[in-house]
Design a protein around this ligand. Structure first.
Ligand code: PEP
Ligand code: MG
Length: 900
């Protein structure tokens, strides 16, 4: 078996389409070699080896791949004209990095400068003519290796022991910056760090490069299963069994003096999608310096540099003196980089996110990958690249992540509120969008507060991968330090979360923040505009953005390529209208019980509930009739010309009666009955398991007068609209049936009422009578049901509840633990369980069609707006999916993708 794939010198054993085996990074390193981009030589150990590693353990795997790794190191030595474990000549120093199929930025381990020891450091010093550089690299290596491989870390409440040694030395010498360290200082640090290793790890720092290499390779495999990597995979939906590859590559140095540099760049703007090469670099620095956000990096292009200066109010003189772009500072190398970025974007036909290093005037590319982007950038790039002829329409559709459209539908600050708002600071617009919330200073606090229903802004000095949970929980992120490519910025953009980094005048400690001298504490409100980088005091009102331009083009593309169409779940004319603007073609579910929660309608409903007998109920229902008719008229009119599925009353009646004494007293007074009577009714309506209780068609079958009233209200509204020249298309839906009799009884009532209404009005309206399939028994007997029902709408919320036996109301207690333990991959109430519940849906469709060939099939459970579930609905041949208004665009794109 081949475990190791080499690359270098314009040759490679792998290529771009081998991502599953080589990981994204490894496959692209190989590909770059093949297309003539300068890449330091090295090799990739496959993801299969990671899987073996987790099964067989360290020793077995090292034995298994040893020979191939040694041969690959020899190849690398040849390509780089350097020697690993060198006694003379320039030593080959290596980097060891992870590289999974899907990118997991900052989540796994990396070791740099591998191969350094007391001997090689001397040779490096001699050969590079730069002793300071050599010893700096050595001490960084001990720190990193100690950290990553030997597990040297800070004890509870203490600082990192390596940092302690460094800080002590700096303090003793009166230095502020690391760059002030002299060669002698660095040598002292090396010795100090070795002591730290000995004290914390109980063994000496390994001097043998081969031992260092194996330690690092295994550490990368180990890091696949760290807590933060597992969490990231869960959030991003990356399977645990993919494993990571390990990339071992010759080091090149951006910190060998003023002709060396390192940077990160993007072939287009990852935040806005603008077709403008951009990025950041640092002269005389190592790659980690740029990403970690410790030194604030400079712009690569002149355009970017000027924009940056303008945003920060930096004068042109100051910019030229201290903040030169790479385009100005290193024009030849800039040109070469610009050509390469264009070549890579053309080659991959996608926006590239690249890392490079310049070692003493020679440019090397270290990585390229498809760049993470905001929802807005995703849409703009897809449309631009289609119009530029780089990609075809199918690719433009398939390349977009439907869920990311969500970001475009989300609020931005209201203009007037924004004008009135007080600016506190300005930082880098690291990830666009608007956010308002209360300040918290730790990831833990962000999680806690968010769990308590509060909106929070996570404020940190700089973020590290440990902050991930808090970033997910927060509305926005504000950091004191860092650049556009710092960890916080990259991760926030990927999540579509608003983020501002390097906010001017800001100082963050563990528990407070001062902005230009004013203190802000935990719980204070601030607002962030991630699009401009401005931080505002207090709350700032937000509005929903408009949806024309490129977004509209994406929707048009989806429309052209879809088979299914999308309806919406809406209970009010306003929601119906919003959804129609988003492209909904009809209503898939109008939950009529929701209509009673508006205004004082609930009182008429309560009167009906309190009624002692049929007569009393009928009187109360007569008062409800005009109210319902008006509701239905509004919603049918808002969706004129499209099908509107109106569901008969579903929930348990007790949801409409108050539980506390005070409200019961109010109810008694308002309805002119005694408090005891109200209390008695409430008690009689109590159910142990309301979700399985007196709800759905069980209500209509025990109190047929309710169905009579609702059917009448729907059909009268439809007749009146038709008389006015409108085109109403009501579809009356019976909920929660488990047997055909339950359906037939309701259907009979509806058809009788229809005949009566049509006779009274002297006008007829086409309408359908159908049912929900949401009880497993209904799916199992769908053939019988379809003999009578004209349509099915799959209620996958209840179908999941009853199929799994998980209470929709109580599952929150254990589902998170189930997901954490890997018992479930996803929350089945969000992502349809295709394997199990999906069988019920598929069976329902097939059986339904077996007795009614053209039965109309759709879904109205929450899953109707979730991309993977939408794809499933397409595969079982549904006519439409229905979802909440703000998910309509997502479902439309997902439906088109499912059809391609
Ligand atoms: C369902 O059960 O999936 C459904 C749409 O109905 P509800 O959520 O109202 O129970
Ligand atoms: Mg239901």
């Amino acid at each position: 078996t081949k475990y190791v794939y080499t690359f270098g010198d314009g040759k490679a054993e792998g290529k771009a389409d081998m991502k599953n085996l080589l990981g994204g990074k490894g496959a692209n390193l190989a590909e770059m070699n093949l297309i003539g981009v300068p890449v330091p030589a090295g090799f990739t150990i496959t993801t299969d080896v990671c899987t073996d590693y987790n099964k067989l353990g360290k020793d077995a795997v090292v034995a298994m791949i040893k020979e191939q790794v040694e041969a690959a190191v020899a190849d690398t030595e040849k390509a780089m004209n350097a020697k690993f474990d060198a006694k003379e000549g320039f030593p080959l120093l290596l980097s060891v990095r992870s590289g999974a199929r899907a990118s997991m930025p900052g989540m796994m381990n990396t070791v740099l400068n591998l191969g350094m020891n007391d001997d090689t450091v001397k040779i490096v010093a001699e050969q590079s003519g730069n002793e300071k550089f050599a010893y700096d690299s050595y001490r960084r290596f001990i720190h990193m290796y100690g950290d990553v491989v030997m597990g040297v870390e800070a004890e509870e409440g203490q600082h990192n022991p390596f940092e302690v040694v460094l800080d002590k030395l700096k303090e003793a010498k009166g230095y502020k910056l690391d760059t002030e360290l002299t060669v002698e200082d660095l040598k002292e640090l090396v010795e100090g760090y070795k002591v730290v290793v000995r004290e914390h790890a109980g063994v000496d720092f390994p001097t043998c490069p081969w031992e260092q290499l194996w330690g690092s390779v295994c550490a990368v495999f180990d890091s696949w299963d760290t807590e933060r990597a597992i969490l990231y995979r869960r959030m991003e939906g990356i399977p645990d069994d993919w494993g990571t590859a390990v990339n071992v590559q010759a080091m090149v140095y951006g910190n060998m003096g003023e002709t060396s540099a390192t940077g990160v760049c993007f072939s287009r703007d990852a935040a806005t999608g603008e077709d403008q090469f951009n990025g950041e670099y640092l002269i005389n620095a190592q790659g980690e310096d740029v990403v970690a956000g410790v030194r604030t990096p400079l712009e690569i292009t002149l355009v970017g540099s000027k924009r940056w200066a303008e945003r920060g109010g930096v004068s042109e003189e100051a910019r030229k003196a201290d903040f030169l772009s790479m385009e100005e500072a290193m024009p030849e190398l800039y040109k070469e980089l610009d050509t390469i970025q264009q070549k890579l974007e053309d080659h991959y036909s996608d926006m590239q996110d690249m890392e490079f290093t310049i070692q003493q005037g020679k440019l090397w590319m270290l990585q390229t990958r498809s760049g993470k982007r905001t929802g807005a950038a995703m849409v703009k790039m897809a449309v631009d690249m289609l119009e530029q002829g780089m990609i075809d329409e199918n690719t433009a559709i398939l390349r977009q992540e439907p869920n990311k459209l969500d970001e475009l539908l989300h609020p931005v600050f209201e203009k007037s509120a924004l004008e009135a708002a007080k600016e506190l600071s300005k930082g880098l617009p690291a990830s666009p969008g608007a956010a308002t919330g209360q300040i918290v200073f730790s990831a833990e606090a962000a999680e806690e507060w968010a769990a308590a229903g509060k909106k929070v802004i996570l404020v940190r000095r700089e973020t590290s991968p440990e902050d991930l949970k808090g970033m997910y929980a927060a509305e926005g992120i504000l950091t004191e330090r860092g650049g556009m490519t710092s960890h916080a910025a990259v991760v926030a953009r990927g999540m579509g979360k608003c983020c501002i980094s390097s906010a001017a005048g800001t100082l963050v400690t563990g528990s407070s923040m001062t902005i230009n001298g004013v203190e802000y504490k935990e719980g204070d409100f601030i607002s962030l505009n991630g699009t401009t980088g401005i931080v505002y005091e207090g709350k700032v009102a937000t509005i929903t953005p408009s949806l024309d331009g490129d977004f509209g083009k994406v929707m048009d593309m989806s429309e052209r390529n879809t088979r299914m169409y999308v309806r919406t779940n809406a209970d009010t004319p306003a929601d119906a209208k919003t959804a129609r603007e988003f492209g909904a073609k009809g209503i898939g579910l109008c939950r009529t019980e929701h209509m009673f929660f508006e205004g004082d309608k609930i009182w008429k409903m309560r009167e009906m509930i309190l009624a002692e007998d049929v007569q009393g109920r009928k009187e109360a229902l007569a008062k409800l009739l005009p109210v319902q008719r008006e509701d239905f008229s509004g919603i049918l009119e808002a969706m004129d010309g499209f099908g509107v599925t109106i569901r008969l009353l579903d929930p348990p009646l007790h949801e409409f009666t108050p539980n506390d004494a005070e409200s019961q007293k109010e109810m008694a007074e308002k309805l002119g009955v005694s408090v005891e009577e109200v209390a008695k009714k409430v008690e009689s309506l109590h159910e142990f398991n309301p979700m399985l209780g007196h709800r759905g068609c069980r209500l209509g079958n025990t109190y047929p007068e309710i169905t009579e009233m609702q059917a009448r209200a729907i059909l009268e509204a439809a007749c009146d609209l038709k008389a006015k020249g409108k085109d109403p298309k009501p579809e009356i839906m019976v909920p929660l049936i488990g047997t055909i009799k339950e359906f037939k009884m309701q259907e009979e009532i509806i058809r009788e009422i229809a005949a009566a209404v049509f006779a009274e009005k002297g006008i007829e309206v086409d309408f359908l009578v159908g049912t929900m399939i949401e009880i497993p028994r209904a799916a199992l007997t769908a053939d019988q049901i379809a003999e009578h029902a004209e349509f099915f709408s799959f209620g996958t919320n209840d179908l999941t509840q009853m199929g799994f036996g998980y209470s929709r109301d109580d599952a929150g207690k254990f589902l998170p633990i189930y997901i954490e333990k890997g018992i479930l991959k996803n929350d089945p109430f969000q992502v349809l369980d295709q394997e199990g519940i999906g069988q019920l849906v598929r069976m329902g469709c097939e059986k339904g069609r077996s007795t009614r060939k053209d039965i109309k099939l759709g879904i109205c459970g929450e899953h109707g707006g979730e991309p993977s579930s939408v794809e499933f609905c397409n595969s079982v041949g549904m006519e439409y999916v229905s979802c909440s208004p703000f998910r309509v665009p997502i479902a439309r794109l997902a439906a088109a993708q499912a059809n391609l």
